[in-house]
Design a protein. Structure first.
Length: 167
């Protein structure tokens, strides 16, 4: 059963700050969660996740069928994902990087896809992004869109707490 949608930054940023060769036990526990099939990602986000190095990257590449939620699979409500994704692409188009001049300060289409997946599956999105305080009229981050769409956003540390993981 899926419990979390993971944006690439949900694992890449923590790996930068807590490398797998130093925090071995922590990343072994994360790998166990991945192997259990509780992590979900769109194909676009999965492709980004495969670029992670070390044992966690290896685990992600080995467990693609357990992670990727493919449109057309009978095992989940992918039509709901398509509906949410299309609506979000329209509703947030003024803030999506690829639609508003390519700014790296705002969400991209892949970010919208992982939020739409979280909404379709009714599970949280894990990322390392933070809310814009105060709210920006020009840019949005993943947590901002999650808030607007009624999707729970979690940081990596909140994810660890929810899973009862202590290093």
């Amino acid at each position: 059963m899926k419990k979390y949608c993971v944006d690439t930054s949900g694992f890449s940023t923590p790996l930068e700050h807590m490398p797998g060769d130093i925090h071995v036990t922590l990343w072994q526990k994360i790998s166990s969660i991945i192997e259990a099939g509780t992590i979900a990602a769109t194909l676009e986000i999965y492709d980004e996740l495969t670029r992670l190095i070390g044992p966690v990257g290896d685990c992600i590449r080995t467990n693609q069928p357990k992670i990727v939620m493919e449109v057309g699979q009978a095992s989940w409500n992918w039509s709901s994902y398509i509906q949410h994704s299309n609506k979000m692409l329209t509703d947030h188009s003024a803030y999506i990087s690829e639609m508003c001049g390519g700014s790296r300060r705002t969400v991209g289409v892949n970010d919208i896809s992982i939020i739409a997946l979280g909404k379709a599956l009714s599970i949280p999105v894990v990322s390392s992004e933070v809310r814009r305080m105060p709210a920006s009229k020009k840019w949005r981050h993943i947590p901002d869109v999650c808030d607007m769409e009624g999707v729970l956003h979690m940081t990596f540390n909140e994810f660890l707490r929810a899973e009862g993981i202590q290093a």
